[in-house]
Design a protein around this ligand. Structure first.
Ligand code: GLU
Length: 476
């Protein structure tokens, strides 16, 4: 898959950054200050497992501290290395700036295949890693707040939160040291599906702007659009599920580790996901055509391609064969800098990662605020809102009994209108608002500047501009 001429992931991010700053007028030297990673900490620690000491290598990279805490996930994968963690930390800086989450960028990783370990072993490893990071303030509610990423989830975040709390027994804000926790350990409703939900909101917003849709040679709405998704993990699964169940999109292809499933009439995401859970892969799934060379399906005909797995999957070796007119980067860095140029020249529109997958960190932000305020969203206002709605409903009911007026309430109006917003409704509303606002700030630059040819450059311009102004405000 990889190509000799292909730059590394971090070089790819730097190249895209450079393309954007060339169009900006930054004070001398500030460009480099923003581009470089401030610090990367490497830790090697031992854990006794199965009668032997195993040594693990982990990283936490801090890209920019123009705002603190810095934020970003912790990934468990054998592919983790310093270069990757630094690229991902840089993307976090730009992502947070774009969606106005008040954080700098950071990322962590542990070089491990989590599937090789039992749950209690993973707990020991995670707690030891968390200990190493927390003792250097690389996990800290006001300095560095990790979250889930590839290979980690609620369970790992709960262990990290507990480990931090054990080390900081009097810190009243200790729960805010990490986000993506389960509800019963200080998490927030809607965080698990947040990144996938964000991808859905991003596409909905894109399709609200016919002039942008036309640039991708598409028209109409999401209804009936043919979608291929690569990776049915947390992000890909939720994005595909919501788009097919709520927006009428057809999931015509699902690419997984062991091959791909293709079906022109649309795949049932829920049942494919269940099959993967029960059989360890897509092989043998009955209601679709199986393609052994999964990566070839990245080149299949469709309206929307959603790479939701690894970085660099669309690269110099396959970009010219990719047919999708619209790509939305649910993963971080799935399109290399070289492929990005080829696709742009072909007229393909790419909704860039730093925007497309920002739903996760957005809801992480809400979770962090919830932890610091020590109260669930909606707890104070919900019943009061319902009581006021009840006043209106009762008044309308009284009027609808008036034969002369002759009108009645729709059967479900009362129930729908009476329901005050709880935490989940508020999280969704906040996420939707964030995705819509961020799209508009990015698309506005794309539409209004002749020298900005793509959404990624537009997104970089907005976020680098924001990071730069926050440095300027600090007097740098
Ligand atoms: N790992 C996710 C990302 O790449 C979420 C980060 C967070 O919630 O802090 O954006």
């Amino acid at each position: 898959m990889s190509n000799v001429q292909e730059p590394s992931f971090r070089e790819s991010v730097d190249l895209m950054f450079n393309r954007a700053v060339a169009l900006m007028d930054l004070p001398p030297g500030l460009e480099e200050k923003i581009r470089v990673c401030n610090a990367t900490y490497t830790v090697r620690f031992g854990v006794r497992l199965r009668g032997k000491i195993h040594t693990f290598t982990g990283y936490r990279s801090v890209h920019s501290e123009h705002m603190e805490p810095v934020k970003g996930g912790i990934r468990y994968s054998l592919g983790v290395n310093q270069n990757e963690v630094e690229a991902l930390a840089a993307l976090m800086t730009y992502k947070c700036a774009l969606v106005e989450a008040p954080f700098g960028g950071s990322k962590g990783g542990l070089c491990i295949d989590p599937r090789e370990y039992e749950e209690h072993e993973l707990e020991l490893i995670t707690r030891r890693f968390a200990y190493e990071l927390a003792k250097r303030d690389l996990i800290h509610p006001s300095q560095n707040v990790p979250a889930p990423d590839m290979g980690t989830g609620e369970r790992e975040m709960a262990w990290i939160a507990d480990q931090y709390a054990r080390m900081n027994t009097t810190d009243i804000n200790s729960k805010a040291c990490v986000t993506g926790k389960p509800i019963n350990a200080g998490g927030i409703q809607g965080r698990v599906e947040a990144t996938g939900r964000g991808v859905q909101y991003a596409l909905q917003e894109f399709f609200r702007h016919p002039q942008d849709v036309a640039k991708a040679n598409l028209s109409g709405s999401l209804n009936g659009k043919r979608v291929i998704v690569q990776g049915l993990g947390n992000v890909g699964y939720h994005a595909a599920k919501f788009l097919s169940e709520e927006d009428g999109a057809l999931i015509v292809g699902i690419i997984e580790r062991d091959g791909a499933l293709v079906s022109p009439k649309g795949l049932n995401v829920e049942s494919v996901s269940r099959w993967i859970r029960d059989h360890g892969g897509v092989t043998g799934y009955p209601d679709a055509t199986y393609v052994e060379d999964g990566a070839s399906v990245l080149e299949a005909e469709c309206d929307i391609m959603i790479p939701a797995a690894l970085e660099g999957v669309i690269n110099l070796s396959n970009a010219d064969r990719v047919q999708a007119p619209l790509i939305i980067e649910a993963a971080n860095g799935p399109v290399t800098a070289g492929a990005d140029e080829i696709l742009r020249d072909k007229g393909c529109v790419i909704i860039p990662d730093m925007y497309a997958n920002a739903g996760g960190v957005t809801v992480s932000y809400f979770e962090w605020v919830k932890n610091l305020s020590h109260i669930r969203f909606g707890r104070m206002g919900r019943r009061q809102e319902e009581a006021r709605h009840l006043l209106i409903v009762e008044e309308l009911e009284r009027l609808s009994k008036d034969k002369e007026l002759g009108w009645t309430l729709s059967p479900d109006f009362k129930d729908k209108y009476l329901k005050g917003a709880g935490e989940l409704e508020l999280v969704r509303s906040g996420l939707e608002d964030t995705m819509r606002t961020a799209y508009q700030s990015m698309a506005e630059v794309w539409r209004s500047r002749d020298d900005v040819k793509d959404l990624r450059t537009a997104a970089y311009l907005v976020s680098i501009g924001r990071v730069a102004s926050s440095y300027r405000a600090k007097g740098l």
